[in-house]
Design a protein around this ligand. Structure first.
Ligand code: PNS
Length: 175
């Protein structure tokens, strides 16, 4: 740990809701894992937002663990509260965010500046690969809800979970 409380090992966090994880997320996590010694994928498990989610925190964590199993330096964790507190508690000096388009930038810049005003943390932006520039979990859920083909946008095991969760919901049951 250096004199500012940051581990000398280059440790980064990829934060998000991941409801569910998409191929776009995996692209960013994979590229972050090439840049940093250790990457923690941190899933916001804010209980106040739980009812707005399609998948529970445990389900999202489980899917991400599977999606990241090929990356030896990537771990998955849930976090509640401020991302900057999670960074401080885990000796993390960098937040990695994917930027899909200029429209992402305004809000991401604001969050990056707020976060660095709170603790000593840098935000690193990685441009999304062009094939995923339109991809968002919310759109995947919407398209899948109406029967659209999202099989190229999420891993096969996520597609399976998504299809069965949406079927449960359509039948009036489920979460
Ligand atoms: O996938 P999302 O929904 O864009 O992820 C947003 C997330 C979880 C990264 C963001 O909402 C977040 O950092 N939440 C933790 C609460 C926090 O630190 N808020 C202050 C942000 S400046």
């Amino acid at each position: 740990m250096n004199d500012r409380g940051v581990d000398a090992v280059r440790k980064a966090v990829c934060p998000g809701s991941f409801d569910p994880v998409t191929n776009g997320h995996i692209d960013i996590i994979s590229r972050a894992s090439n840049l940093f010694d250790e990457v923690v994928v941190a899933i916001g498990v804010n209980k106040a937002k739980a009812s707005a989610r399609l998948f529970t925190a445990e389900e999202r964590i489980e899917m991400l663990e599977k999606a990241c199993s090929d990356f030896p330096n990537v771990t998955v964790a849930g976090f509640d509260g401020l991302l900057t507190t999670f960074c401080e508690e885990n000796g993390i000096g960098a937040i990695v965010k994917g930027l899909r388009a200029v429209s992402d930038f305004d809000y991401e810049l604001q969050m990056a500046q707020m976060n660095s005003s709170l603790v000593d943390v840098e935000t690193v932006f990685i441009p999304t690969s062009p094939e995923y520039s339109f991809l968002a979990s919310s759109l995947v859920k919407e398209v899948a809800t109406f029967g659209g083909d999202v099989s190229r946008l999420v891993p096969p095991f996520v597609l399976e979970r998504l299809t069965s969760r949406l079927a449960e919901r359509a039948a009036g049951g489920g979460r």
